[in-house]
Design a protein around this ligand. Structure first.
Ligand SMILES: Nc1nc2c(ncn2[C@@H]2O[C@H](COP(=O)(O)OP(=O)(O)OP(=O)(O)O)[C@@H](O)[C@H]2O)c(=O)[nH]1
Ligand SMILES: C[S@@+](CC[C@H](N)C(=O)[O-])C[C@H]1O[C@@H](n2cnc3c(N)ncnc32)[C@H](O)[C@@H]1O
Ligand code: SF4
Ligand code: SF4
Length: 322
């Protein structure tokens, strides 16, 4: 079992497979970064798998593949199958922008993927283009359909932005409700990589938009999820609100992150990280596990969001995987 320095059980590994992306979302990566991590610096799937096996043996029961855009990695389905074959009952999920899913959702499901969280910020082609930097909506919607048809469990993530897509909160909620998918509205997290003019929406304002049409009631948090759940009184449809600024889910934080280059990050908001790359490439898995234990021993209690000094996070979401 993996326990961090504050006594929290850690059983959730988020793996960023690449920092590269085929979108340029205004809130994440409006410009192409000055330089990408060279491909040769990425951990190969073979090396990643060596670490994943050890992490599972140590007590990881939930793995999420993210990025950047994880579907850009060739042989993604083979990597998923390697994990699935090693531990079929693992909660194996991925977060994606959905653009390439149309052609691969079936293969990912067949390989052993169970759940997908797909980002969808607008149902209007021109607004989707404005946010993502290119014409994406048709492919994303086709990707969502393909994922549902393949039998994957799908959640939708939306980041509401003032004067951009705030008028679509109810439309997206209803789009998800009609298809049996849970939507989570994510408060925009200010960060130095995002477009400087963006204004996010507060959770209470997001809820106000929904209350204009529906009566809602609180459910609360489930397990270690960052989402606070609500229910529509009419028909019981459940949706979530994620406020990444908050600390209240840090008490039950169960996660550790691995970047595509092999850095283990103890917390979404901290720059400290330790690399397992050399150890894994040398085949020294015991050392990689020892590094993971050290990172967890130093895992912070909570994010520093409330401290003025870190009003804007310097960590790129495309690097940590969100
Ligand atoms: N502050 C904070 N926010 C997080 C953390 N993990 C996820 N989030 C936020 O939640 C958003 C959605 O995350 P997802 O990748 O969909 O994954 P998840 O919510 O862990 O997934 P589920 O297993 O479906 O609950 C991220 O983009 C972040 O904004 C975390 O550890 N800390
Ligand atoms: C970094 S992306 C990686 C996976 C995939 N490319 C995608 O967009 O779903 C993971 C999640 O982070 C969210 N995200 C990115 N930048 C954010 C920001 N500044 N504030 C809040 N959420 C953000 C995205 O909306 C997405 O749901
Ligand atoms: S949020 Fe996802 S899709 Fe958008 S730029 Fe970031 S990594 Fe790419
Ligand atoms: S902010 Fe850090 S401590 Fe809090 S939930 Fe996220 S990763 Fe865990």
């Amino acid at each position: 079992m993996l326990i961090d320095g504050h006594g929290r059980k850690v059983d959730y590994l988020r793996i960023s497979l690449t920092e590269r992306c085929n979108f340029r979302c205004q809130y994440c990566m409006p410009e192409k970064p000055f330089s990408w991590v060279p491909r040769e610096n990425l951990l190969s799937f073979e090396d990643l798998f060596k670490f994943v096996k050890a992490a599972i043996d140590e007590g990881i029961t939930k793995i999420r593949l993210t990025g950047g855009e994880p579907t850009l990695r060739a042989d993604l389905d083979k990597f998923i199958k390697m994990i699935y074959d090693y531990k079929p009952d693992i909660d194996l999920a991925m977060t994606t922008n959905g653009y390439l899913l149309k052609d691969i959702a079936k293969d990912l499901k067949a390989a052993g993927l169970k759940r997908l969280n797909i980002s969808l910020d607008s149902l209007k082609p021109e607004i989707a283009r404005l946010i993502a930097g290119k014409d994406v909506l048709e492919n994303v919607l086709a990707g969502i359909n393909a994922a549902l048809e393949a039998g994957l469990k799908v959640k939708i993530n939306m980041v509401p932005l003032k004067n951009v897509n705030e008028d679509e909160i109810v439309d997206i909620l209803e789009y998800c409700k009609d298809r049996g998918m849970q939507v989570r509205f994510i408060e925009y997290m200010e960060n130095v990589h995002a477009h400087s003019d963006l204004k996010g929406m507060h959770g209470k304002d997001i809820l106000e938009k929904i209350k204009e049409k529906y009566q809602i009631e609180k459910i609360g948090r489930q397990g270690s999820s960052p989402a606070f759940l609500y229910r529509l009184k009419d028909d019981g449809y459940v949706f979530g609100l994620i406020d990444p600024h908050k600390h209240d889910f840090c008490d039950s934080c169960n996660r550790i992150r691995l970047t595509a280059e092999g850095y283990l990050i103890p917390c979404l908001y901290f720059d400290e990280a330790m690399s397992i790359k050399e150890a894994v490439q040398a085949g020294d898995i015991d050392k990689a596990v020892a590094i993971m234990r050290e990172v967890l021993a130093n895992k912070p209690k909570e994010n520093r969001w409330s401290e003025e000094a870190s009003e804007a996070s310097s960590r790129a979401f495309y690097e940590t995987g969100g």
